[in-house]
Design a protein around this ligand. Structure first.
Ligand code: ADP
Ligand code: MG
Length: 335
């Protein structure tokens, strides 16, 4: 079996861990920088070149696409998909979950509880008051659409600072969402790691003193928790609505129960492995290899059936052979 991980940086903790586990499974695992991939479509043979060499055929691809190269990374994932290569997670799942507004639209439509949110491209004044009202009043949370690891997430306490931040973002042509501040759960959230249809590890993240963002990259600390059932259900449902087979789901506790604030399609797992003692890299590889084997088996079966169909004579040919052999032996053939 041969698999590839799409990642820009092979020195990242998650990539090193995945490689380690792939080796333990005895599979060949290449690390491919998506930016090194040249995608060829010429109407004859769709292929991917790295340098002047075409990539070999892979049994599975694991995209670990960072936010900074989402568009190019997604084009590479789509190219693998058009080559019928098995990809976990797929391009659509990554694209839909990564966009902070799109992801909330999808989840809200599926009945998952999400914070009240308004997408706004407004400078100060234009409808801002109505937007603030729609998210329950000040303070509000502002998020740039493609931020990650807590960067681009701001807590705004006053209309004056709200206007100046909105004006600044507007001048940078940066779209933002304005969101209800979940005061009762501020400074902590649950991170549930979903693989397949299961939560395999969960931790509670707590922000450092004076900070409302609980991301590990913002100094948050993770500790092992037993995820309450309602939270686990929300996490699994959230991963499923995007068709993400590997997902890190962020859930906050609110007055109205668990609220999903984000679903990550390339979740890091250094923090959660440390906090929970779970071997998440092993579980990811196990899922990938098991699914790839199933798909390979099905492909082989399909091809065998196709080949058998080609060599099998048609019904008409079989009938005429039967009639001929019937005449030879003097038997009557049925009509
Ligand atoms: N509406 C909110 N109310 C209170 N805290 C929030 C809210 N949204 C996010 N946070 C805090 O900010 C952190 C980062 O937000 P998130 O939407 O997950 O963005 P990122 O993609 O940057 O991690 C969350 O883990 C949570 O601690
Ligand atoms: Mg997050």
């Amino acid at each position: 079996m041969r698999i590839a991980i799409l990642s820009r940086n092979k020195n990242l903790h998650s990539i090193r861990r995945l490689l380690q586990e792939a080796m333990r499974f005895g599979v060949d695992c290449d690390i491919i920088n998506p930016l090194d991939c040249q995608l060829v479509v010429d109407g004859k043979e769709t292929r991917i070149l790295v340098g002047s060499n075409p990539l070999p055929e892979y049994d599975a691809i694991l995209p670990r696409i960072g936010a900074s190269i989402t568009d190019y990374g997604l084009a590479v994932v789509k190219h693998f998909e058009s080559l019928d290569t098995f990809v976990v997670n797929g391009s659509r799942a990554i694209a839909e979950s990564r966009d902070k507004m799109r992801s909330l639209q999808v989840m809200a439509k599926s009945g998952i509880c999400v914070p009240s949110t308004v997408l706004c491209r407004s400078g100060s004044g234009r409808g801002t008051k109505a937007a603030v009202k729609a998210v329950g009043g000040m303070p509000v949370v502002l998020k740039v659409l493609r931020g990650t690891q807590g960067v681009g997430v701001m807590l705004i306490h006053t209309p004056v600072s709200l206007n100046s931040v909105l004006d600044t973002l507007n001048s940078l042509e940066e779209d933002v969402i304005m969101q209800q501040f979940i005061a009762e759960g501020a400074g902590r959230d649950y991170r549930a790691f979903v693989i397949g249809n299961q939560v395999v590890a969960a931790m509670m993240r707590t922000a450092p003193e004076g900070e409302f963002r609980s991301n590990i990259h913002q100094g948050g600390t993770g500790k092992l928790v037993k995820l309450p059932v309602a939270f686990a259900r929300s996490a699994i449902k959230a991963a499923q609505v995007f068709d993400l087979k590997i997902a890190g789901v962020d859930i906050m506790e609110s007055k109205s129960g668990p609220m999903v604030i984000e679903v990550n399609s390339s979740p890091g797992f250094e923090g959660i492995e440390k906090a929970t003692g779970m071997n998440v890299a092993y579980l990811i590889m196990k899922h990938l290899i098991t699914e790839a084997k199933k798909i390979k088996k099905n492909k082989v079966r399909k091809e065998a059936r196709k080949a058998a169909r080609k060599t099998k004579p048609s019904r008409r040919a079989r009938k005429s052979t039967a009639e001929k052999s019937g005449r030879k032996s003097g038997r009557k053939t049925s009509k």
